[in-house]
Design a binder for this molecule. Structure first.
Ligand code: FES
Length: 175
């Protein structure tokens, strides 16, 4: 009988260890394959959910709005002199484009598509913004002209001082 108890203690040295904990660790205290696979799949599931939710978050909040907007020199008038020419720049890490409208005014937009957040491209030849993901199109005023985007492009505030064109902040959305 005493010999039998010794055998049990050798297989289960700590009588307080539960069945689940025994499944998670082998006798040497190392993580078992089952535990390792559980952790790996759980981590993968969390990352997968993050990848799925990121575009939805961008859809709801297409542009991250910082507390303070910098005033940034983006271009000089001469750079936009040819009709429909544009200047690509990043405004506070957001890809953006400055163009000259037909009436001579300047307009700048975030290039983040308001559908699912792809980066749209200014097409000089067609004078529109084209989204490569689902063929959304925006006119030079930033309004949707075709495709699934639900809202216009986010417009940035521009100002002109002499020959220089600046961007500072975001235009409030028109209701
Ligand atoms: S992300 Fe631009 S049209 Fe879908």
């Amino acid at each position: 009988m005493a010999e039998n108890n010794d055998n049990n203690n050798a297989q289960n040295p700590d009588p307080d260890v539960t069945g689940q904990e025994k499944d998670d660790y082998d006798n040497a205290g190392a993580v078992t394959r089952r535990r390792f696979l559980t952790i790996t799949f759980a981590g993968g599931a969390v990352l997968g959910m993050g990848a799925l939710l990121a575009p939805l978050a961008r859809y709801a909040y297409p542009i991250i709005k910082p507390e303070v907007y910098e005033k940034v020199l983006v271009a000089t008038r001469i750079q936009l002199a040819p009709l429909n020419e544009g200047v690509r720049f990043d405004y506070q890490e957001i890809p953006a484009q400055l163009i000259q409208l037909e009436d001579g005014e300047y307009a700048a937009y975030s290039l983040v598509c308001t559908h699912l957040g792809c980066i749209v491209k200014w097409e000089v030849r067609n004078a529109d913004f084209h989204c490569p993901c689902h063929a959304g199109k925006f006119n030079p005023q930033g309004e949707v002209i075709s495709g699934p985007p639900p809202r216009p492009l986010t417009k940035l505030k521009t100002s002109v001082e002499g020959e220089n064109i600046f961007v500072e902040g975001i235009e409030p959305e028109e209701k």
